[in-house]
Ligand binder design. Structure first.
Ligand SMILES: [Fe+2]
Ligand SMILES: [Fe+2]
Length: 472
């Protein structure tokens, strides 16, 4: 097992792929199908090249190299973090045993399922973002979009490698299916709801990369703990790439809020529409929407499947090793929030079955950091308005709140009240149409659309007016 990446191969990798001819051939026959998918479902805007980062090693320092690359020639490959020969299982009934380099027969189906579900989200977001290049607010943003897209493509490669290398024929079939399902398709949609929603405009894109990519971070964080070492190492490296996606979301929303605040001050009005800004009220509705559909991705509050995954060692908790408990949880209890007789109550449950809820709690705390940051921008601009995360039960379709109508401030209301008020809480057709009307492309270096502030800095030390993308 080497850690430097071999770029002389058709499939760049650091897993010594050429030593396993069968696996290499199988992946080389999947490669043209991936490229076909990319050309049909990947970025629709024609470009000559894009200033992208590519992994050159997986080590702590200097893993990324930046250069202008033609998108279809991006070197998608298979990169796993360095192997720790002493790594031991950190939780569950196998705690303390050496981690697995092969898939134990009894966990084969479950592990394959976990990998397929993760793998399905990666190309889905590329599909959802396919048309965004047509309306990019700047070349800097356009470049970031494409960086996210190529890396999600690479994350698909990461999961396909595991399926091919460790799951035999059924793994290869699942790898094919990952290209056949498509976001929003009637016949064969993506597996999870949020990945079938559209990402129609750039405010949605920033919200998606803030809230939905962050779900990805937390899911990868649990798989990084897996006793199945190749999965753990794969996810460790994916998390490094993922950090940039969340940066795009965090700073994207920063810049929208900053620009709106600027217009509000300049013109002394909250109605920024007349000046081409996005009202804070609409920003709030987008937060409400993207946050709530992302909360659904964590699954039901209680789940025996997830308890079994944990006990078996397949999927741990967020930062498992930093937790101060026995890592087995046979006796532990947790509280979950649910609805009883029309009221929101806290209920005690065995901690093992509440692990989705545990992960969602970590995620919620992290999401709050963004809101705090955006509010600081408002405060610094002398604006009293504050953004907030809605109640955990708001607009949920999965788990304990599904079928209930919960307001952003956590009141359970009737279907009539919900229908009458939901336009105050979620983007309406008018809101979306207004945001869509602002989405005019700005492709001139150094220029930016009027609804968003420029970034504080460029990419890799380049200035904002750098030619990050050459259009075709
Ligand atoms: Fe990803
Ligand atoms: Fe991502």
């Amino acid at each position: 097992m080497t850690s430097s990446i071999d770029y002389t191969e058709r499939i760049p990798n650091n897993v010594d792929l050429s030593s396993d001819r069968r696996l290499q051939r199988a992946l080389e026959s999947w490669q043209p199908k991936f490229l076909q998918w990319w050309s049909e479902m990947g970025p629709a805007l024609p470009t000559q090249d894009v200033y992208l980062r590519t992994a050159v090693s997986v080590g702590r320092e200097g893993w990324a190299h930046f250069d202008h690359v033609a998108l279809p020639e991006y070197r998608w490959g298979i990169f796993l973090s360095e192997r720790d020969p002493d790594r031991r299982i950190a939780f569950g009934e196998h705690k303390g045993e050496p981690v697995w380099q092969q898939v134990p027969g009894e966990y084969r189906a479950d592990l394959q399922r976990l990998i397929v579900i993760q793998g399905d989200t990666e190309p889905a977001s590329v599909e959802q973002q396919r048309h965004l290049g047509m309306t990019a607010p700047s070349l800097y943003d356009l470049r970031n979009l494409f960086q996210v897209n190529v890396e999600e493509g690479r994350h698909l490669w990461a999961m396909v490698y595991l399926l091919h290398a460790y799951f035999g024929r059924t793994g290869r079939e699942e790898a094919e299916a990952l290209l056949h399902r498509n976001s929003g398709s009637d016949d064969s949609p993506r597996i999870l709801g949020a990945f079938n929603e559209e990402t129609p405009d750039w405010l949605s894109f920033y919200m998606f990369t803030y809230f939905t990519d962050r779900d990805g971070k937390y899911q990868l964080g649990t798989l990084k703990e897996s006793a199945f070492d190749p999965l753990s190492r794969t996810c460790q490296f994916m998390l490094k790439e993922e950090a940039h996606h969340m940066f795009v979301g965090t700073t994207g929303v920063d810049r929208v809020v900053e620009r709106t605040a600027q217009i509000m001050r300049e013109h002394d009005t909250a109605d920024v529409r007349a000046f081409g800004g996005i009202p804070l009220e609409i920003v709030q509705k987008y937060i409400n929407f993207h946050y709530s559909v992302s909360l659904d991705l964590f699954g039901s509050e209680t789940s025996t499947n997830v308890a079994n995954y944990f006990t078996a060692g397949l999927k741990g908790r967020w930062q498992e090793e930093r937790r101060k408990d026995d890592h087995v949880l046979a006796e532990a209890v947790a509280t979950v929030t649910q609805v009883e007789d029309g009221r929101i109550v806290e209920a005690e449950t065995p901690a093992l079955v509440a692990l989705n809820n545990d992960l969602r709690g970590e995620y919620i705390a992290d999401c709050q950091n963004g809101v705090t940051r955006w509010n600081r921008i408002l405060e610094d601009a002398g604006i009293d308005h504050r953004l907030r995360l809605p109640h955990v039960g708001f607009h949920r379709e999965v788990g304990a709140f599904a079928g209930h109508h919960v307001t952003p401030d956590g009141r359970v209301v009737t279907a009539q009240e919900w229908d009458a008020r939901k336009g105050d809480w979620l983007p309406t057709d008018d809101d979306r149409a207004y945001v869509a009307s602002l989405m005019q492309p700005v492709y001139e270096p150094g220029k930016i659309a009027a609804w968003v502030a420029p970034p504080k800095q460029g990419i890799n030390g380049r200035p904002f007016d750098y030619e990050y993308v050459h259009l075709a």
